[in-house]
Design a protein around this ligand. Structure first.
Ligand code: MTE
Length: 317
């Protein structure tokens, strides 16, 4: 069950680099090289680029999806529409230097370097399930901080009713953006201000204790755990505060299929498939045979249900 975990129960620890390397060395010395391939994938987790990460009480207690799956089965249409393309084609994507433009209904607009953006924030590990609209899910140990902490720094004005996000548009680096049969670029997404300010909404710059892999949206991406994965926009270069609801990439592509809210909701089918169940990726052969039931708001109804009080979520999907 996806529930808030009390802070005193340790979450599944990321193996520290030294321990991980010692373990590999030990297995290699005693059993030979071939034995490494037999190591459970969880033990093959990456080293930590972010030591002493604070563990979040908002994490799920579910077992994380193996690192290799998280970083090799991606949706990032800027690098192609197949799941394996982003890991291959984003290899040389340049994520430094990086800056983010802040504009619209805000007191301190400007272009901020990534360093400016990250400096005052304390990073933490948040283990969230990402439920894709395509009815699969992964559980990912993100490294990030609450989006609200960042937005408050820029002083949104009373007119800021929504916040829109934009991904880099650079067809020279992002081959998917050259295709005429793909999406409208740049990729844009949006949240209502109260959704953006909710403590569950984070900006992530890492996963599995390491700097965010490029295919997962380096250097900075959104993660909104109660919404379908397409809201969690990658490689953000602009944050725009607005009074009116922003258009979104998938909403433009198929307004009947991809609503603005995109709340995980097993009661509202996608017009072409059911959303009642999901397949958790990377759990081995048997788990790929069994689907699990999808939970309303991805299990966070208690925390975020009130945001939608009085709304008909079959219409505002
Ligand atoms: N952001 C951008 N810029 N481009 C995309 O194609 N795909 C979305 C979301 N963010 C996407 C994006 C979708 S459909 C999903 S399911 C998640 O990213 C996938 O994130 P992951 O590859 O890290 O699992």
């Amino acid at each position: 069950m996806l529930i808030q975990r009390p802070a005193d129960i340790p979450s599944s620890e990321i193996t520290p680099k030294s321990v991980y390397l010692q373990r590999r060395q030990f297995i290699q010395n005693t059993l030979g090289l071939g034995a490494l391939a037999l190591l459970p994938e969880a033990l093959q987790a990456k080293s930590s680029d972010f030591p002493r990460l604070k563990k979040s009480p908002y994490s799920t207690s579910e077992t994380p999806t193996p690192y290799d799956k998280v970083t090799n089965y991606n949706n990032f249409y800027e690098f192609g529409s197949s799941k394996s393309a982003p890991a291959l084609l984003a290899k040389y994507f340049k994520t430094t230097p990086w800056s983010v433009r802040i504009d619209g209904a805000v007191e301190k607009p400007g272009t901020y370097t990534l360093e400016d953006i990250l400096k005052p924030h304390t990073l933490e590990e948040r283990i969230y399930r990402l439920r894709c609209v395509e009815a699969w899910s992964m559980v990912i140990p993100w490294v990030g901080f609450p989006l609200a902490d960042l937005l408050k720094r820029f002083g949104p004005t009373a007119n800021a009713k929504y916040v829109a996000f934009e991904t880099l548009h650079d067809p020279e680096q992002m081959p998917g953006q050259k295709s005429r049969f793909s999406l409208d670029w740049p990729y844009v997404e949006g949240l209502r201000m109260d959704e953006a300010m909710h403590p569950l909404t984070i900006l992530a710059m890492g996963l599995y204790g390491e700097t965010l892999p490029k295919q997962n949206g380096a250097p900075l991406r959104l993660v909104v755990p109660w919404k379908y994965g397409f809201k969690s926009i990658k490689s953000i270069v602009r944050i725009h505060f607005t009074e009116t609801r922003p258009a979104t990439t998938w909403g433009r592509m198929g307004p009947d299929e991809y609503g603005f809210y995109a709340n995980v909701n097993p009661a509202v089918d996608h017009p072409r498939w059911s959303q009642k169940t999901e397949r958790k990726l990377g759990g081995g052969f048997f788990s790929s045979l069994f689907k699990q039931e999808t939970r309303f708001l991805n299990g966070y109804a208690e925390q975020v249900g009130h945001l939608y009080a009085g709304m008909d979520l079959s219409k505002a999907f």
